[in-house]
Every structure is written in C-alpha cells, then in structure tokens.
Design a binder for this molecule. Sequence first.
Ligand code: GLY
Length: 375
Amino acid sequence: MVEICPSADWRPIFKQSLEFAQHQVRALIERDPDFYPMYTQGGHWRHTGEAWTHWCDGFLPGMMWVFHRHTKDSDWARYAQHYTTPLEPRKMDRNVHDLGFIFLSTYHRWYKQTGDEKLNDVVIQAGQTLAKRFQKKGRYLASFIGPESIFIDVMANVGIIFYAALKTGDDALLRTAMDHCLTTRRVLIRGDGSSSHEGIFDLETGEFLRQSTHQGWRGDSCWSRGLAWAIYGFTSSYRAVKDPRFLHTAQCCADFFIRETPADGVPPMDYDTPSEEPQYRESSAAAITAAGLLQLAKVVPDPAKGALYGAAAQRILLTLCSSDYLAKGIDGWEGILRQGIYHLRKGLGVSESVMWGDYFFVEALERALRDTEED
Ligand code: GLY
C-alpha cells in the first residue's frame, strides 16, 4: 500500500527535478538535433532497437511546452515549435491509436498558448482521424494491432475525440468517444479496479471474447502502465463530459493502485508477476499515475478522497525525485527517469528511460507546482 507521508517540503525538490529535466532535454537536442527518441539503451537515446509502433513523437516537444509554461523562457517556445511543426502530417495517420499522445502534448498546448485557430484545427483533425478507428459492432476504437483488438492505452488518447466533438458540436463524434469509454469500462476494467491491457472481439457479432496482453504478464493480469493509462484516461474523460461513470471507474482504478502498490509509490511492471520471476519496477507507470491522481484529486466530490489522491501523487513524485529513479548524477545517462520498461517480452527498453515516462513526470511536477488548475 502506498505510504502517505506527512507533506515534507516538496516544492524545492520538485523544482530541482524540473531543472534537471530541462538540463537533460537541452543536452539531448544539442547532441542529437531533430531526433525524436523513444527509449534508451544503456542510458543512451540513439540506438537501433526496434520501435514496435510509432507513437512517441509528441513527448519531446510536449516537455518543451511544459518547460515554457513553467519558465516563460522564449527559447523553450522556439524549440517546442520547431519540434512540433513536423508532426502536423500525422493528423491524418490511420495506422496508430496514439493521436492523443501526439497532438494533446504539442499542438493543443501550442494552441492554448497562442489562441491561433489554425493550430486548433490540427488538433480537431487528429481527433476526427482517431475516431475512424471506431468498430460499430463492438462499439470501441480498435488498437493498431487490428480491428478485433481494444487497448487500455487508447483511454489516454480518446480525450482528443472528446475535444474535437465538443469544439465542433459533432454529436456523432461525441457518441464515438462515449461508447469507447463505456466499452473499455465494461471489458477491460475488473471489479477490483485492476485493468487488462487488451480485449479481443468477434468481428462478425461484436461479442467480447477475452482479455489479452502484449506488454503485461498475461491476459488476466494487471500491467501497471495499463492501469496508469486507465487512471489518467478515465479522469480526463470525466473532466471532458462529467459523466459520473467515468469518475467512478477512475476512482476504482486509483484505489487499486494505492492499495496494491509498494509503499514508495512505484508499481511493479505487472501486479501479477510470479514471485520466482525478476521483480521489475516501472517508473513510467508511476509518473503517469501521479499526473492522473493530481487531476483526480481536484474533481472528486469527497475532500478526504481528494486529499488522499493528492498525497499519493506527492509520495510517488518524491520517490521518483530520489536517486533510485532520477538519473541526476549518473554519468552519461541521457534520460530523466530510470527504471522504466517499454516491452519486457520483446526486450525493448527494460529498466531504461522512456520518453513517455519523462514526459508525464515533467507534466506531473509542473502540475504539482502550479497553484491553480485550469486545464
Ligand atoms: N504502447 C503504449 C505503451 O507502451 O504504454
């Protein structure tokens, strides 16, 4: 169970970590201009390891937008625009289910800073493109694996469809996003608040067949990053449309996380890893969860629950800021957070830095340091 510690003087610790994050990103773009990394090998971003799927390009510029918001340093806005602009053609990309990751972290942040409607149009188009993955019979957005597959990861992307629907007043688009969330809730979230990575449908009938996984331990286990995507995604979906079912699901998943995660707040890669197997921790799941819990804390009606989620997020971030996870002082290590895992079965990015872990860590630190929450 996550140990809720009395709030120490966390602000200077979070600020120093955010400064270290800026140092690492600046070093990366000086060393490797115009390179969009995914995961490190031995602490190095540039290598020839496979990507599996093409989903991470928004996270590096996304961090730059967060740094700009935090520091108001115009250099960060300049870098962010430089790294964001080449992503625009991806707004038509039908091959991935990750357009929320790519555009909410970049064009959406850019639009909010400038109010330029052309930037908003890019975000809306990306939401409309993602909605084309909708499977009418099963009522879900298909994962990149194929039309029969739903992923929990899509919950962290469906927000861009809610956004496009609400901005354009498109009820059909809104229904698509609602249905995807309700189907995910029904087939991938269990009664104890744990989540499955993937679900498989019968394409002829739309019947749900079974839970499955690619990155977790097995189909009926709980892969911790999937749980993190669920906490973040159901919270964002609740914030978008205020459907109490989404809040309920976000809280069930958050309560599972708090109950089942070790005291320091960093979960195992999979909660059901057999005891005789290596017990990997997964720092990116911790970072995503912290970013989700900080938002959940602000929307739950019960103040005691809000305080619990806020304190759990603070516990997680304090651990991630410690030398066990932060790469500060590790000579030659190019990422920000260590001990992330991309794909254990494929041997990709195991106990390494991963771009999304660094991004959500930076997002969570900046959120925690901000006094008011308006996005
Ligand atoms: N494919 C998304 C993830 O690894 O979480």
